[in-house]
Design a protein around this ligand. Structure first.
Ligand SMILES: Nc1ncnc2c1ncn2[C@@H]1O[C@H](COP(=O)(O)OP(=O)(O)OP(=O)(O)O)[C@@H](O)[C@H]1O
Ligand SMILES: [Mg+2]
Length: 508
């Protein structure tokens, strides 16, 4: 513990002006932990040094003095000194940190904390993802608040994903929570846990999503073309399924259709399909598709769609457009990407609950499918909660969350929004990682109770942050100079009540 100065006049229970001892001025760095020893009252305070400034009594930048006419006067000598202030964390009691009730006395000595021994108390147990930047004291994060959600924000390259990797390891080692990690890039988490990776390209897509993809890819007007695609998709699946599975999903053939079976071949296939259309069990369909993955071929789909178009007695122009869409706009690659899907969202949840960690590699999929996967896995968690009325004790990690938790992110946003609003009751927490806070939907960001933030991408993010929490004197400028791996932690998981600067441990 090193003496760095004394308390100046005008302290409050949150804010303490400090006159820095000139000889050790270099030790009084912003974000240092300091102990203020109010010997007269026998109270010790813990604070964080902020806003250090260098002053000189005669060199006021706002008053006209002789220096204006003669800058060389400064060579004759100046009388600089440093002042700073401490944002108070609390009082140091025998075992814990107490509440500040009296402002520290002016003249009290101020010491810089150089290690855990100086504190004399323990900050408790918790998840350790790094230590305070200067003192090296480990900052334990209280896992009780995991289902109250946390967010990690910072400009690109600040180390957000590595921070979350450290957090994942701590959650696995020290809590009973399971984790489902959505890896947007496939580069951030999958490589750390190769035996826990599930490829999103294996997830079974539902009929309406496949239709939406076709409409989006082909650029055809949904109002006109939706009926053709959706019926054709279902018809295609109907034709591809082995007969016994077909009966499971589409019911057995109706007698009217059987009576129509005069001629064999595709025509009768279509008639029997159409007669069973109202009886499809879509949940069973998903299960059946996972057991017996449908292989998609451009050619066979084209057949299906033209049969459907003919049966709807469609104009030629519509039929031509459908053909162009299938052959050119969608193409072979699109159909290949629909094939070989054998995994249901419930399978991912099962895996997570059994092995405690699943990393869903979303990187191969287009955004619509990525969002669908996130939405359907989260919905599955909700189904389980609704069925059992018991906590699931699971944390859902969404990196590059602006793609999933934004205002217009559709089903993914709704699913994450529900976690943000109701997850705490069911042990379901969200960890959202993004470059800009304002890209998260306001309903979601308003429900986040622990924030990690570093150098920010935009100034509006800073005002957004200050709207959610007391930043205790942290300025936009002090964020701008943070290095990689340096994050403030603020909110419920922080043991210190005011934001504290940590350096994330080495994650390799
Ligand atoms: N805790 C750490 N340990 C070791 N290296 C780190 C750590 N944090 C960051 N790095 C280094 O910085 C690089 C960027 O980190 P990371 O990918 O976590 O940044 P990011 O904030 O997630 O960036 P982006 O917004 O682009 O996703 C890493 O590849 C790594 O080299
Ligand atoms: Mg990242």
């Amino acid at each position: 513990m090193q003496l760095v100065g004394i308390v100046g006049s005008g302290s409050t229970i949150t804010y303490v002006p400090i006159i820095v001892w000139d000889r050790v001025e270099h030790l009084a760095k912003e974000e240092q932990l300091v102990i203020i020893d109010d010997g007269k009252r026998g109270i010790k305070y813990l604070g964080i040094l902020r806003n250090a400034r260098r002053y000189e009594p005669f060199l006021s930048a706002y008053r006209r003095t002789s220096y204006v006419d003669n800058p060389a006067l400064a060579d004759a000598g100046t009388l600089p000194h440093t002042s700073a202030y401490a944002a108070l964390v609390g009082t140091l009691e025998s075992r814990a940190i107490g509440e500040v009730q009296l402002p520290p006395n002016p003249g009290s000595k101020v010491y810089v904390v150089e290690g855990a021994a100086d504190l004399g108390i323990s900050l408790g147990e918790g998840l350790i993802i790094g230590s305070h930047k200067y003192s090296g004291i480990e900052v334990p994060l209280d896992p009780y608040w995991l289902p109250y959600h946390l967010a990690v924000v910072g400009a690109t390259g600040t180390g957000k994903s590595r921070l979350v990797k450290a957090l994942i390891d701590e959650v696995l080692a020290k809590t009973g929570y399971s984790l489902i990690v959505f890896d947007h890039t496939g580069l951030d988490y999958a490589r750390f846990y190769p035996d826990r990776v599930v490829e999103a390209s294996r997830v079974v897509l539902d009929v309406s999503l496949i239709t939406d993809l076709m409409l989006e890819r082909s650029g055809l007007d949904a109002r006109t073309y939706d009926p053709y695609f959706i019926t054709a998709v279902l018809y295609y699946i109907y034709r591809e399924l082995p007969p016994e599975l077909r009966a499971e999903v589409f019911g057995s053939e109706s007698t009217t259709a059987q009576r129509g079976l005069v001629s064999s071949g595709r025509g009768s296939d279509l008639r029997s399909f159409l007669s069973r259309l109202d009886r499809v069990d879509y949940e069973k369909l998903m299960a059946v598709m996972s057991r017996s993955p449908v292989e998609w071929s451009r050619e066979r789909f084209k057949e299906a769609v033209s049969e459907i178009a003919r049966s709807f007695s469609t104009k030629e122009s519509v039929r031509v457009r459908l053909g162009v869409a299938v052959d050119i706009k969608l193409g072979e690659g699109f159909f290949r990407s629909l094939s070989s899907r054998d995994l249901l969202p419930s399978g991912i949840v099962d895996e997570a609950l059994k092995k405690r960690l699943v990393v869903v590699d979303l990187s191969t999929e287009e955004l619509v499918i990525r969002r669908y996967v996130v939405a359907s896995v989260v919905s599955e968690l909700w189904r389980r909660i609704e069925a059992s009325r018991k906590p699931v004790n699971t944390v859902v990690v969404v990196d590059e969350a602006h793609n999933y938790a934004c205002r217009y992110c559709g089903g993914a946003k709704s699913a994450i929004g529900r976690i943000a609003r109701e997850g705490r009751k069911w042990g379901l927490g969200a960890v959202l990682v993004t470059q800009r806070i304002i890209d998260l939907d306001p309903d979601i960001r308003g429900n986040i109770n622990t924030w990690f933030f570093s150098k920010l991408q935009t100034p509006s993010d800073f005002s957004e942050l200050s709207g959610y929490m007391n930043l205790a004197g942290i300025s936009e400028q002090s964020l701008a100079v943070l290095g990689s791996r340096e994050f403030y932690v603020a909110g419920l998981m922080n043991p210190l009540r005011i934001p504290v600067l940590i350096r994330v441990r080495e994650v390799e």
